[in-house]
Write a protein that binds this ligand. Structure first.
Ligand code: BGC
Length: 416
């Protein structure tokens, strides 16, 4: 390890000296990490870089799932002013790589042996035509439930393990006058819940057929209608102010005991930790009932925009910092995600993080690891947006479950 780290720092130092820049410049980083927990995680990266003498120009664009960030990015690139590095998800990375906009990171990747340590599920989006075009920072997953332990205990509710138990728990909270489900009514949040609900209702084969293979029969089938019925149940059990609420404010409702559950990716854990809460004592994390053996993942990566030829020294240093084993642990402990490398020791992570790592490894080896539809890892953005539209319209009562499946089939067939 020491030899590796030494080689690595020599390599980055070499790049810093041999580029046309006499000294390191700032990196400008476009991202959507604006909540308290996300900002705390981002600081780990900023501090790491500042330790190397590299400054940070922040370009935050709020909005989970990154839709708004991607809109801003497109405008910047069109104006000929791409940021140095950009947080991105799955198919969006491949899309920019297809357009030839991304810098080639193969040199730093080869020096640091990324091929041997980054899992294939992430390489599928980090590499394009044999070229590394982005640096994976973490692995998140969307099929989690976050619960306030005191609220559950006070109402005699055990952690639900299947849909019927979940329904019973929700009914019990409602009867006790507690908001059962904290939710923010934004399309990406509705879709995040739908990832888990669809996985639980359709099963892994059905999830894959619908959202990865885009099979019309599955998209329009009875199990999909059932998934929409379950979404309607969830809609009936959120508070009346849910519309438009940011995800972290929904998390705060669970943290403060105003609500029992939130279905959200494990970035929610960053909010609990940032509020000083302890897993297992103050809050519970568990897989959405019926998805205990599956993981719907999304990985944040930083794509490096081609600034005119070779990768710059700052881009190489940023990429190198992101994938260093010590940073992977330090960052992911705060962010709520798990490392993007298979060779780091996760014993330093809290109970939820350790479960996340264990689930990820088990799902990868049993063939139960699937890209998240809601977070750009199942299908390209056009299809994702089509699914968002239908899920949100149904969630907001524009049509019932029967019509939702018809709309879904039509919308996906137009988009694909
Ligand atoms: C990203 C997370 C982020 C979340 C909410 C997801 O798409 O992968 O890193 O915390 O959105 O902003």
């Amino acid at each position: 390890m020491r030899k590796f780290l030494k080689t690595k720092s020599l390599f980055v130092a070499g790049l810093l000296c041999t580029t046309s820049l006499a000294h390191a410049e700032d990196v400008e980083v476009l991202h959507w990490w604006t909540s308290g927990g996300e900002a705390a995680a981002l600081n780990v990266l900023k501090d790491d870089l500042s330790g190397q003498g590299i400054g940070w120009t922040d370009m935050p664009v709020a909005g989970g799932g990154g839709e708004q960030a991607m809109t801003v990015l497109r405008a910047r690139v069109t104006a000929g002013n791409a940021p140095t590095a950009v947080q991105a998800l799955g198919f969006d990375i491949l899309d920019w790589a297809d357009q030839g906009a991304l810098a080639d990171l193969n040199e730093v990747a080869a020096q640091e042996g990324w091929d041997d340590v980054v899992p294939d599920a992430l390489k599928a989006f980090a590499k394009h035509d044999g070229k590394w075009v982005s640096a994976p920072v973490n692995v998140h997953s969307t099929n989690w439930v976050w619960a306030n332990k005191a609220v559950l205990d006070a109402n005699g509710i055990a952690q639900p393990t299947n849909w019927d138990e979940f329904v019973a728990a929700v009914e019990a909270l409602k009867a006790a006058g507690v908001t059962p489900i904290a939710h923010g009514g934004q399309a990406w949040q509705d879709a995040t819940v739908f990832d888990a609900v669809a996985m639980s209702t359709l099963g892994p084969d059905g999830y894959k057929a619908a959202f990865i293979d885009l099979d019309e029969e599955t998209l329009g089938g009875d199990a999909m209608k059932e998934a929409f019925d379950r979404m309607a149940f969830i809609r009936d059990n959120v508070d009346e102010n849910f519309s438009g609420r940011d995800w972290n404010l929904a998390t705060a409702m669970v943290i403060n005991g105003e609500a029992g559950f939130q279905m959200m990716g494990d970035w929610a854990k960053g909010e609990f930790l940032n509020a000083g809460k302890v897993p297992g004592e103050d809050f519970l994390c568990f897989r959405f009932p019926g998805t205990q053996d599956q993981v719907t993942f999304n990985a944040d990566q930083f794509m490096m925009f081609d600034q005119g030829g070779t990768v710059s020294a700052e881009q190489a240093a940023l990429a190198s910092a992101i994938l260093s084993p010590s940073f992977q642990i330090a960052f992911n402990k705060v962010k709520g995600s798990v490392p993007a490398r298979t060779d780091v020791d996760g014993s330093d992570l809290d109970a939820c993080g350790q479960q996340g790592m264990k689930d990820l490894a088990a799902a990868a080896s049993s063939g139960n690891l699937f890209g998240s539809m809601a977070h750009g890892h199942a299908a390209p953005a056009s299809v994702k947006n089509a699914v968002y539209d239908v899920v949100t319209a149904h969630f907001n009562g524009e049509y019932g479950s029967e019509d939702a499946v018809t709309e879904l089939v039509d919308a996906v067939s137009i988009a694909k």
